[in-house]
Ligand binder design. Structure first.
Ligand SMILES: [Fe+2]
Length: 225
């Protein structure tokens, strides 16, 4: 059996432990932890994909420092130890004219599953998502059921075009069942969160247009300058 990467294994242990202490969305948390356990049982024989890169959006150090204060130094120590083995990339499934010019450069994610399962044959993904301050992640949906667990906050979320924005603090989970519409508004502090897609990870997300995107983004750009 090929050994895994100890730092990634420790981080997976730490995330599982962290999830066990989350309040709310108990069924979703159980689904994610079960999917993680199945993935880890299947993954150790796999060759680890090499690769490490920094997030294009920046703000990682500030996000990690804030997350340590808001979500605990224990988890953050394991995240920091795993950084040399994480490749931060951007989600590029959206047409450029739909996602707009801002979001592609203002987010990055790093999968913990991909180093073991680069083509996602095991149909599971879990990792870290980072969104820079003053960013709108436009309304979108996907077939994959999705958990977000913010490690920093506050961030704002809405679950429908025209719906009111809801505030989430660090530690308050967001669960998106398949095809649930959601958008994320990151204002003054970077958003670092855990994400998990429990199945259907090959099916791409799609944007659903809202008439307020450009106005929100103009406000965010003004706040940032
Ligand atoms: Fe999503």
């Amino acid at each position: 059996m090929r050994p895994g990467c100890p730092a990634l294994e420790r981080l997976a242990d730490a995330i599982d432990h962290h999830l066990s202490g989350v309040s709310g969305e108990a069924a979703a948390i159980a689904e994610v932890r079960g999917a993680l356990a199945r993935f880890r049982a299947a993954a150790p024989d796999r060759t680890l994909a090499a690769g490490s890169s920094s997030p294009i959006c920046g703000h990682l150090d500030a996000a990690l420092a804030l997350a340590a204060r808001q979500s605990g130094e224990t988890l953050l120590a394991d995240i920091r130890a795993a950084l040399p083995f994480l490749a931060w990339i951007t989600y590029n499934a959206y047409p450029a004219d739909e996602i707009g010019p801002l979001f592609p450069a203002q987010h990055a994610f790093a999968s913990l599953a991909a180093p073991y399962d680069a083509t996602y044959e095991l149909d599971f993904d879990l990792g870290l998502l980072l969104i820079a301050p003053h960013t709108l992640y436009r309304d979108h949906r996907h077939q994959a059921a999705e958990l977000y667990l913010p490690l920093t906050g506050p961030s704002r979320w809405r679950f429908g075009i025209g719906a009111a924005w809801e505030t989430r603090a660090a530690g308050e989970p967001v669960w998106n069942p398949p095809q649930k519409l959601h958008a994320t508004l990151v204002e003054d502090v970077p958003l670092l969160c855990l994400y998990a897609w429990t199945r259907d990870v090959h099916l791409p997300a799609e944007l659903v247009p809202a008439t307020d995107w450009l106005a929100i983004e103009a406000d965010l750009v003004a706040q940032a300058s």
